[in-house]
Design a protein around this ligand. Structure first.
Ligand SMILES: Nc1nc2c(ncn2[C@@H]2O[C@H](COP(=O)(O)OP(=O)(O)OP(=O)(O)O)[C@@H](O)[C@H]2O)c(=O)[nH]1
Ligand SMILES: [Mg+2]
Length: 393
């Protein structure tokens, strides 16, 4: 696979920059997530710099003193690119590139690039294509080159991208329209499939959660599938659905594994992935998987909640799965493995599990069976459940 090849090839060194602006709710001083994103994209962080500012500099985003420091780091480490954790305006990006003499990218573009590398299905590729085009239409510069050259492998310059630079807005507009039409077609096919599923009167459960929380690992553990799980961000881009038999309920439910969320998920991507995310919206129950071993989990939970509201899935019943129980230090281990957790001012059932060791999965299966039975009763004939009770305890 391309991604595997690019990972074994020599990685492009990048300098990571984070700017703690007054008033931003989350600042990752260690630039840990940006580093993971960079690695997922096949880049190698060689230096990190974070600084504080009241407001971004209009021209360079950072002050000129910091810009000098970044330039020095680039030279010292022979870095080929600079990545900013915050969104840059097209002008700031251009000015920084002139000043630093290397390409400068921001988080949005990095996420787009990862999606572009990872998309496998026809629909996934179309979705990424749409998000790229939308991003491109807002900045008609040579951003495209960077995305295009990914096809030739990371670190290669030039390539087919050069001709794309000349694309004018109208052409991009046309391309957006065409891609949307193609996506619509795929979407219609999906909704036919969905209707077929509905006819089978299934109870649909979707795994949702922050990227890298362990959704695919859990999916594999529950349905004995082999979905791709990896210590990478956005390992999964396409939705996979399998039947999960619940002994206690005497019936199967369908379980879907889908794309993970991340803070500041580029808007174009939410739009573009509407079809994939639709899977979550159509679910009867969301299993919200949380990486309990990640110190930033509360922030990650709120980011997931935000995306869920944006896609109209905020009111679907949830069970929180605090995963990676095995990775918690003994003193962090909870006393009870099943309780409730206050989320957006409401108590939500929570179960601690380890997808890796299997701990807690029986409890989860019992709970799922109880929910299915509470909604549909023990009979085998099931209708669709328009209104799910919020609390079933
Ligand atoms: N220690 C520990 N690691 C886990 C557990 N579950 C998953 N992981 C690890 O966490 C990483 C991410 O797992 P995935 O299942 O790919 O996570 P995901 O939520 O599907 O991630 P994306 O598809 O990238 O959004 C992998 O390295 C897993 O091995 C767990 O219970 N314990
Ligand atoms: Mg996954």
């Amino acid at each position: 696979m391309d991604s595997e090849r690019s990972q074994s090839a020599k990685r492009v060194g990048v300098v990571l920059v984070g700017v703690d602006l007054v008033g931003i709710p989350h600042f990752d001083a260690e630039l840990e997530e940006l580093g993971l994103l960079a690695q997922t994209a096949g880049l190698e962080p060689v230096a990190r710099l974070s600084c504080k500012r009241k407001a971004p500099d209009a021209a360079l985003f950072v002050g000129s003193g910091k810009a000098d420091e970044i330039r020095l780091l680039v030279q010292m480490h022979g870095a080929a690119e600079v990545l900013f954790d915050q969104a840059l305006s097209p002008a700031q990006q251009r000015n920084l590139e002139r000043y630093l003499e290397v390409p400068v990218y921001d988080r949005t573009l990095l996420i787009l690039e990862i999606f572009a590398q990872r998309a496998r299905s026809h629909e996934g590729k179309l979705q990424v294509e749409l998000a790229r085009l939308q991003y491109l239409s807002t900045r008609l510069v040579r951003r495209w080159t960077h995305l295009e050259r990914q096809q030739g492998g990371i670190g290669q310059r030039g390539g087919p991208g050069e001709t794309q630079i000349e694309l004018d807005k109208r052409m991009i507009g046309d391309a957006i329209k065409r891609t949307k039409e193609r996506l619509e077609k795929v979407k219609r096919q999906r909704s036919t499939q969905r209707r077929q599923r509905e006819r089978r009167e299934t109870f649909n459960i979707s795994l949702v959660g922050y990227t890298n929380a362990g959704k695919s690992t859990l999916f594999n553990a529950l349905v004995k599938a082999r979905a791709y799980a990896a210590d990478q961000l956005f390992a999964t881009l396409d939705t996979t659905t399998r039947q999960l038999y619940l002994v206690d309920a005497g019936r199967s439910v369908s379980l879907s594994d889908t794309v993970g969320f991340i803070r500041d998920l580029p808007h174009g991507l939410i739009d573009a992935f509407q079809a994939t995310l639709q899977e979550a919206v159509d679910a009867d129950l969301l299993l919200h998987v949380v990486d309990a071993a990640n110190p930033h989990f509360p922030e990650q939970i709120s980011q997931v909640q935000r995306v869920l509201s944006e896609i109209g899935a905020a009111d679907i019943k949830q069970v929180l799965l605090f995963n990676k129980l095995d990775a918690l230090a003994p003193e962090q281990r909870p006393q009870v493995l099943e309780d409730s957790y206050e989320m957006d001012g409401r108590p939500v059932s929570r179960i601690f599990v380890s997808a890796r060791t299997g701990e807690g999965l029986d409890t989860l299966r019992h709970r799922l069976a109880a929910i299915v039975l509470a909604v549909h009763g023990p009979s085998m004939t099931l209708g669709l459940a328009p209104d799910l009770p919020q609390a079933l305890d």
